[in-house]
Design a protein. Structure first.
Ligand SMILES: Nc1ncnc2c1ncn2[C@@H]1O[C@H](COP(=O)(O)OP(=O)(O)O)[C@@H](O)[C@H]1O
Ligand SMILES: [Mg+2]
Lengths: 250, 328
């Protein structure tokens, strides 16, 4: 219990009358890849927003490595080792791929109140950024402005930004959304490679990817955890089969 | 819309010291020599004024062009700088060894306090609230009865430096202003490309992303606001010395608007565009005002044309013409 990287207890959030997070409890251990699946509108993105701090929960607890982070703004959560990607690509469009990632390295490096010296020429930052780009297979596109990258490349760039932060916990909101089958495969391969290095929470619709990657799976419907367990348990859970997976898995 | 602003595919390398910028400063450095053959004090006065507003426009470009913070109240800083000199002068303190640091401190403080409030908002709200603070400063200045109220106040003398009358001649003031302009330009350039500047620019692109990688966007923007405020104060310090007179009109919202127009006209987010813009605006004003009282009738459409057809202002226009020729 105490060595959980992420511990969420009884999290609640509603928008007006709409309950989007309804008493969610969830635990992710070190190096574990925990997938959260569920139909559209189940509250997966909202859950990630609350963990990363871009939305404030109404009630509950969120512990990151034992520290209560509920009241911290997103930037302080990031400093504690929380990184995330967005369902809708969120990069700096006019920065080059390299600069997008170098900025993340700079954030981790901790000294950004420097007013002289060209940041873009700092070898240390660029080398680390390049290494992160290489891990997602984007190093050959380092000099391209992010706005000009293909959709799949932008998804990979998001991943590289997260990697450069050397997170303790990585939240991934549909990293394969909108990518072609080839790019999806590439991202799955990257995630496989990263697995175990740090804890991950993966929201994804692609069931092949989920079952290939996840150590544990939680099924979310109407903001509630319907089932949670090892992939096989979840796959065979009658409630899950009925409510969500159904024929898809036959 | 965002992508259409991206010039070309590979990320543009930070503009090196381009010839145009060096040339621009060289022309400014040599202008007094040419002026000696004409109405010298008129020309020196005019160009000094241009350089003073160019300094203020640099500050506005730093905020608008790089930080995405459209400030509609930056004339307040010019006024604060000018009034600091005037009020100190009214109490017998005319040495810039005291008044210049004082100017910078007062304008930085004003920026810090108002920035703390303004930067809680964004977009149109930011524009409106900076305008509100600008107007507040304007009315406060107008209510300073001991210092001339609405009528303004005449300086007892130009600033001295350790007792020496360094600004005694128009030419000395001219070169001092040029020195401050170059220093401001170099400072802004360094800031923009520094680690800090990268965060500041990133915050304009995508504040949510910046926060989720660990930056306290608000605090970075506030530092940027303080830098721009101090530079605005410096412009005010120089303006007071140029005109030897200070009045609330320096802080009117029209003045703030003109600063934005200068930056748009010259080319947003380029720095030297702010200098080109200030020069074009003030020189056009001077030239057209001599021809017709309704000079804004001419200038208005001209501005619209530049903004419509030269997205990057005059500087952008020159760049794209150059690009066209080098391609052929
Ligand atoms: N800011 C918001 N205001 C009101 N309703 C919202 C807001 N964000 C999300 N919702 C609603 O909350 C529900 C859950 O959304 P979301 O977390 O995005 O679902 P998922 O990511 O599982 O598809 C949806 O019904 C959505 O319409
Ligand atoms: Mg979603």
């Amino acid at each position: 219990m105490t060595d959980a990287v992420l511990l969420i207890e009884n999290l609640r959030k509603s928008f007006g009358g709409l309950v989007v997070t309804d008493g969610v409890t969830l635990e992710i251990g070190p190096g574990e890849l925990h997938a959260v699946i569920g139909p559209n509108g189940a509250g997966k993105t909202t859950l990630i927003h609350q963990i990363s701090g871009t939305l404030t929960p109404d009630d509950g607890r969120i512990l990151l490595n034992g520290t209560d982070i509920m009241m911290l703004p997103p930037n302080e959560r990031a400093k504690l080792g929380l990184a995330r990607s967005f369902q809708i690509t969120s990069v700096l469009p006019r920065f080059s791929a390299l600069e997008n990632v170098a900025l993340a390295v700079q954030a981790r490096d901790g000294s950004s109140y420097r007013f002289f010296g060209r940041a873009a020429a700092e070898k240390e930052l660029n080398d680390q950024a390049m290494a992160a780009l290489a891990e997602v297979g984007l190093d050959h596109r380092a000099d391209i402005v992010a706005a000009h990258l293909s959709h799949g490349e932008k998804r990979a760039l998001e991943l590289a930004i997260a990697l450069a932060l050397e997170p303790k916990l990585l939240l991934l909101d549909e990293p394969m959304a909108g990518t072609g089958p080839e790019e999806s495969e590439r991202i799955v391969a990257v995630l496989k490679k990263l697995k175990g290095r740090f804890a991950m929470l993966l929201v994804e619709h692609d069931m092949n990817a989920v079952f290939a990657l996840a150590d544990r799976i939680s099924v979310l419907t109407y903001g509630r955890v319907l089932a949670s367990g090892a992939p096989n348990e979840v796959r065979n859970d009658p409630a899950v089969m009925q409510a969500y997976l159904g024929e898809e898995l036959e | 819309m965002m992508t259409s602003l991206v010039a070309d595919k590979p990320a543009p390398r930070a503009a090196r010291f381009n010839v145009a910028v060096v040339l621009m400063f060289a022309v400014l450095a040599l202008a007094p020599i040419a002026a000696a053959f004409g109405p010298e004090s008129y020309v020196l006065g005019l160009i000094t004024r241009v350089m003073v507003f160019a300094i203020a426009a640099l500050a506005v470009d730093l905020l608008c062009g790089f930080g995405g913070l459209v400030t509609f109240g930056h004339a307040a800083f010019i006024g604060i700088g000018a009034y600091t000199v005037a009020i100190a002068g009214a109490h017998g303190v005319t040495d810039m060894a005291i008044t210049l640091p004082l100017t910078l401190i007062v304008s930085a403080l004003f920026a810090y306090v108002t920035g703390t409030i303004c930067l809680r908002t964004s977009g149109v709200y930011f524009i409106m609230i900076t305008l509100a603070f600008g107007q507040m400063a304007y009315f406060i200045a107008g209510s300073l009865a001991p210092y001339g109220g609405d009528d303004g106040i005449t300086l007892p003398a130009r600033s001295t430096l350790f007792g020496f009358e360094v600004f005694a001649s128009d030419r000395a003031l001219y070169y001092a202003t040029l020195g401050f302009l170059i220093a401001s330009y170099l400072l802004c350039r360094a800031v923009v490309y520094s680690r800090f500047g990268r965060v500041f620019r990133g915050a304009r692109e995508n504040p949510t992303r910046m926060a989720t990688i660990g930056f306290d966007v608000f605090r970075f923007q506030r530092v940027g606001y303080v830098i721009a405020g101090s530079i605005g104060g410096l412009a005010g310090f120089l303006l007071a010395n140029t005109t030897e007179f200070v009045s609330p009109a320096y802080m009117s919202w029209q003045r703030s608007g003109e600063l934005i127009i200068m930056v748009l006209f010259g080319g947003l987010g380029t720095l030297h565009g702010a200098i080109v813009g200030a020069a074009s605006y003030l020189l056009l004003e001077e030239g057209l005002a001599g021809l017709t009282e309704n000079w804004k009738l001419v200038f208005g459409p001209l501005l619209v044309l530049v903004v419509l057809f030269a997205r990057g202002g005059l500087v952008g226009l020159v760049t794209s013409i150059k690009a066209r020729f080098s391609r052929d």
